[in-house]
Design a protein around this ligand. Structure first.
Ligand code: ADP
Ligand code: MG
Length: 582
């Protein structure tokens, strides 16, 4: 039998589409506050928002006689006619949020417009206004939502623990606060302040207030300008990483979005600088011409689609790599614990001037793109050159070695520990890769050839692997049975290193790995450098100097190919701090 659902059931079903957990209520309420022009918003929750949510703003308020309508489905003040849909400038326009929220919880609203002497207090429950009366109250709107899903026990059961609902809310509000630096956003959970932003429009301050001063200390500025794309932001020094991508914030034309393209660009930029399973912190603000991006305003998730994904990815990865290759990118001497997963309330944001060699506020104020509908920074753009100071290898003075493993060096303001094994791996890796790519091979003849024994069928498929060996600088010839003699090895390789390498290569053939594949070759090269110079080999002073000089010529000098740092830096003032001199 087909029947028309009664209003109550229909409302609950519709509500379920908009509201699935506390975080979606908060998102809707905060967006309403933003739409109402508020520049100060306070969000308070208890039990991960399940029992209590309160959002207070200083926005335009609602006229008493319009309140019942605000709670009705498809009731909105934001659009009137179909054409308006093409020029929406508000975050909401469907007129569904308040109706949905009050279908599944107990809502109280207190609101007053600036022009009214008296405000209004409304109590609504299960889609019905239960009580409404005049009241004295501050300008703006406060909405309290209690007992979420009290009338939908099945949904209530579906919610996660208080802690994990809180985490979702913290994450969403942090992103929101990053998007709206001009709005003071304060978040209180279980009676404790989680964060409060200043609303003064300064990004670095915002990052510090939301994510803590600790995070702020390890950020490196990243800048890029190309074909109308502008990138500004911060990424963490490789010494400061997380076990998840939780703290990567991407903003496109003023909107916080999720973007696989930007994430890939970021991670490519860090290539070989991080160990497997570690993720950088990043705040990247990208501004692109409006016609090259589609920011889909899906109610739950903001996905962006770029016209030319590879261009955007490369643009970001190059900017990040540049930042990491510069002065600030040298791995710092800090325990790699990473930031706490939930941001703490920071008493006083404090960033040392020495650590920020650039005026970040000034950089970020250029983020704005002429035709972005919602500018990231509502300040006048300032033209400044991209900041990048190259690391000066020549300024290093080598002071000796310790434990036969680490080279100790210094320059004017820093103390460095260089892992000779990691450094050598890096050098060896890049030499091998360059050798492979070069048309002319740098080889040396061996007086006593090395012999390698290959799997039985290898001779028959010689044309698949012999040219690859040759490309790497190894000259081998058939000797008999499955044996080959190697008379030529790369010029920069020790005989033992060559033996290790060949053993690996033969093992790959035994494993039937297709060595004509570039990726397989990369893996073989990668494995080969593990074997190169071990820690514990004593280096003569001139060998240490030569190692540093070779590192200087590397494309990616600050980490070994597996992501371990080659360099650790301790700045002079950090040492002074440890000794309580400053
Ligand atoms: P929408 O945001 O899609 O218009 P909502 O259900 O979220 O729909 O809100 C309905 C209406 O209630 C809004 O159009 C707005 O006029 C009013 N409103 C909601 N929240 C606020 C607020 N915090 N301040 C002022 N007006 C608000
Ligand atoms: Mg809304």
């Amino acid at each position: 039998m087909i029947r028309i659902l009664d209003k109550n059931v229909a409302d609950k079903i519709a509500a379920g589409e908009v509201i699935d957990r506390p975080v979606s209520i908060i998102k809707e309420l905060v967006e309403n506050s933003i739409d109402a022009g508020a520049d100060s918003i306070t969000v308070e929750i208890r039990n991960g928002g399940k029992s209590y949510i309160r959002v207070t703003d200083n926005g335009c308020g609602i006229a008493g006689e319009e309140i019942p309508a605000a709670f009705m489905r498809h009731a909105t003040s934001k659009i009137e006619k179909v054409e308006d849909l093409d020029n929406i400038e508000t975050l909401g326009f469907r007129g569904e949020a308040l109706a949905s929220i009050c279908a599944v919880s107990r809502v109280e609203m207190v609101t007053r417009r600036a022009e009214d002497r008296k405000g209004t207090r409304v109590v609504a429950e299960e889609s019905e206004v239960k009580d409404m009366r005049g009241t004295g109250c501050p300008e703006g709107t406060t909405i309290t939502v209690r007992d979420l899903f009290f009338n939908l026990p099945a949904r209530l059961k579906f919610l996660s623990s208080d802690a994990s609902e809180t985490r979702r809310i913290t994450d969403m509000l942090s992103r929101m606060a990053m998007s709206y630096p001009d709005i003071r956003i304060s978040f209180i959970s279980g009676g404790k302040g989680v964060f409060t932003t200043s609303g003064k429009g300064n990004f670095l301050n915002n990052i510090v207030s939301i994510y803590g001063a600790e995070t702020g200390k390890y950020l490196i500025p990243v800048t890029g300008d190309e074909d109308g794309m502008v990138l500004r932001g911060f990424v963490s020094n490789p010494s400061y990483t997380l076990s998840s991508r939780n703290r990567q914030i991407y903003c496109v034309n003023g909107r916080v979005v999720s973007s696989d393209v930007m994430r890939r660009g970021l991670e490519k930029g860090y290539r070989e600088r991080l160990m497997q399973g570690r993720f950088p912190v990043a705040f990247l603000f990208l501004s692109v011409p409006g016609d090259t991006v589609d920011v889909n305003i899906h109610p739950a998730k903001k996905e962006v689609r770029f016209g030319d994904v590879f261009r955007v990815e490369d643009f970001i990865s190059e900017a990040v790599a540049r930042g990491l290759r510069g002065e600030e990118g040298v791995t710092r001497a800090v325990p790699e614990t990473g930031p706490a997963e939930v941001p703490k309330l920071t008493a006083k944001p404090e960033i040392r001037e020495e650590e920020k060699q650039v005026d970040i506020k000034q950089i970020l104020s250029t983020v704005r793109h002429e035709n972005t509908p919602q500018p990231v920074v509502r300040e006048e753009p300032v033209e400044i050159p991209p900041v990048r100071k190259e690391f000066d290898f020549d300024s290093l003075e080598i002071r000796g070695t310790v434990f036969n493993t680490y080279i100790i060096a210094q320059n004017e303001d820093s103390f460095f520990i260089i892992d000779q094994h990691a450094a050598h791996e890096r050098i060896f890796y890049e030499k091998m890769k360059n050798q492979y790519a070069a048309s002319e091979k740098l080889s040396q003849q061996l007086l006593t050839p090395l012999s390698i024994v290959l799997p039985p069928d290898a001779a028959a498929s010689e044309e698949r692997w012999l040219p690859q060996l040759r490309k790497l600088g190894y000259g081998a010839e058939f000797f008999g049975d499955s044996t080959y003699l190697v008379r030529e090895i790369p010029a920069f390789t020790e005989v033992e290193e060559a033996e290790d390498f060949l053993r690996d290569f033969v093992a790959s053939l035994e494993d039937r790995i297709d060595v004509t594949d570039r990726k397989a070759i990369d893996r073989i090269i990668m494995r080969a450098c593990k074997a190169s110079v071990k820690g514990g080999d004593r280096l003569e002073p001139e060998e240490a100097v030569s190692l540093i000089n070779q590192l200087k010529r590397c494309e990616n000098p600050f980490s070994c190919p597996h992501g371990r740092p080659t360099f650790i830096r301790l700045r002079k003032y950090e040492i002074e701090k440890m000794f309580r001199r400053v």
